[in-house]
Design a protein around this ligand. Structure first.
Ligand code: PLP
Length: 440
């Protein structure tokens, strides 16, 4: 039996992020100004982001050095472990080898601190005092609160109201790390007041919360905005996941035939897969599968076109797969996968057939989560469970055909703040929603 847990030491933390923009077979289309519809320049982004991040957003340098201060904080929880899922393989009776990279070891319980810490660092370095952002399920909000606390920045979080009410412990966590949290739509912004006037009972959406946070940041000179997924620099920061995994698989003497990741905006999938996709561009055979919810099937049922990142239409237009910036997905429990758009890089790769996508209903996803929890032990985040579902399907296919293959999936976070969702599943109360249709 090979090792169960493949651990690296602190000196193996990557010192550079991998920038896939250096190797993309087809370059990205430029983001456009929301007013003029002309390609934007660095100055257009300056009211919201520090130059250090704007430079990364457009850089085509293959390797970008990780600052010492960021590495020092990464060392609190990185390198994260890679597991060989021996017990899951046995439970499935599959000849396939299954590996998972576990990002739930960060203090916030997901991969999101990898970028939150870098973003807080670059903002602090340029004299910013306060960051404003949105959060859906609370994962990004807690990661940013953690990061702001490390760098002594104030943190203002607009939390989608439905989550604010359903997930009080994520809010507690943000407050423990010193953040201010308000339910969104709120009466703190002009946009929030407009939404509340039209619908006082609005439960909010990620698009609305983004609009509020962007308005907050744009209207105060000491405040910047931070986004937890989708943007090129976010996916860049997440490549520490895949870079570590490559080293760990080398130690195990293995290489994946298929990489599976859940996809909300694309950051954990991109972070895990991009360093391997570099090999695919150089001729290596490899499949990468993005898994999304049927209730928000951006890649599988959306259109690839220019669209806004927020509901109000304040952000630049990005050429991406989208369900429309005013689309409000059904209230599935994988809150982190309820976004109408997708990363421009992920969209480009999907359009060119370099990655695949699958959409799943939440009941089979939770069934897979239980299979995982009852074999490996860790209770996965509902988002991550989407990746588990498809990794299990791949392993069962291998069982049918007798094919030996190596499956790698991203376990992007743990589900210990999502136990009410598990309660609902165990009580048979979860509804499977189809895109744009009424509940079954
Ligand atoms: C936010 C989140 C996701 C989805 O975001 P991506 O940018 O697509 O990775 C997935 N898993 C967890 C645990 C999350 O917190």
């Amino acid at each position: 039996m090979t090792d169960t847990k493949i651990q690296l030491s602190e000196k193996d933390i990557p010192t550079k992020w991998y920038n896939i923009l250096a190797d993309l077979p087809r370059p990205l289309d430029p983001p456009l100004h929301p007013g003029t519809k002309e390609p934007i320049g660095p100055d257009d982004l300056a009211p919201l982001f520090p130059m250090g991040l704007i430079e990364q957003e457009v850089s085509t340098e293959r390797w970008i050095s990780i600052p010492e201060e960021v590495l020092d904080i990464y060392a609190l929880f990185r390198p994260s472990p890679l597991f060989r899922a021996h017990r899951l393989e046995a439970a499935l009776g599959t000849p396939a080898k299954i590996y998972y990279k576990y990002e739930g070891v960060s203090p916030a319980g997901s991969h999101k601190p990898n970028t939150a810490i870098a973003q807080a660092y670059y903002n602090k370095a340029e004299g910013i005092k306060r960051l404003a952002s949105e959060t859906g399920a609370g994962q990004w909000g807690s990661a940013l609160s953690l990061a702001c606390n490390y760098f002594d920045l104030e943190c203002m979080i607009y939390m989608v109201k439905v989550s604010y009410e359903q997930k009080p412990y994520r809010r507690s966590l943000m407050e423990v790390w010193g953040a201010t949290v308000t339910p969104s739509p709120s009466n703190l912004t002009e946009y929030g007041r407009k939404v509340l006037e039209a619908d006082p009972d609005s439960m909010g959406s990620l698009g609305m919360a983004i609009s509020e946070a962007v308005e907050d940041a744009a209207s105060k000179s000491d405040t910047n905005y931070a986004l937890g997924s989708v943007l090129n620099h976010v996916l860049l920061h997440q490549t520490v996941i895949g870079l570590e995994t490559k080293k760990q698989l080398e130690i195990a003497g293995d290489y994946p035939d298929v990489i599976v990741g859940c996809c909300g905006g694309g950051s954990n999938l991109g972070g895990l897969a991009f360093p391997f996709l570099a090999d695919k561009f150089a001729g290596k055979e490899l499949r990468v599968v993005a898994v999304e919810p049927k209730a928000c099937p951006t890649l599988t049922e959306g259109e690839c076109r220019y669209d806004f990142g927020d509901s109000a239409g304040m952000t630049p237009l990005v050429n991406m797969y989208t369900l429309g910036h005013d689309f409000i997905p059904a209230g599935i429990h994988a809150g982190g996968l309820r976004y109408h758009g997708d990363s421009a890089i992920i969209s480009n790769l999907y359009k060119d057939g370099l990655i695949e996508a699958v959409a799943c209903h939440q009941n089979p996803v939770f069934e897979a989560a239980l299979t995982f929890a009852r074999s490996e032990g860790t209770v996965p985040a509902p988002e991550s469970a989407h990746a588990i579902k498809v990794a299990i399907d791949e392993a069962l296919k291998a069982k049918e055909t007798g094919e030996s293959k190596t499956i790698l999936f991203g376990l992007s976070g743990h589900g210990y703040f999502d136990l009410s969702a598990y309660d609902a599943y165990l009580a048979g109360k979860l509804v499977d929603y189809d895109y744009a249709k009424e509940p079954k």
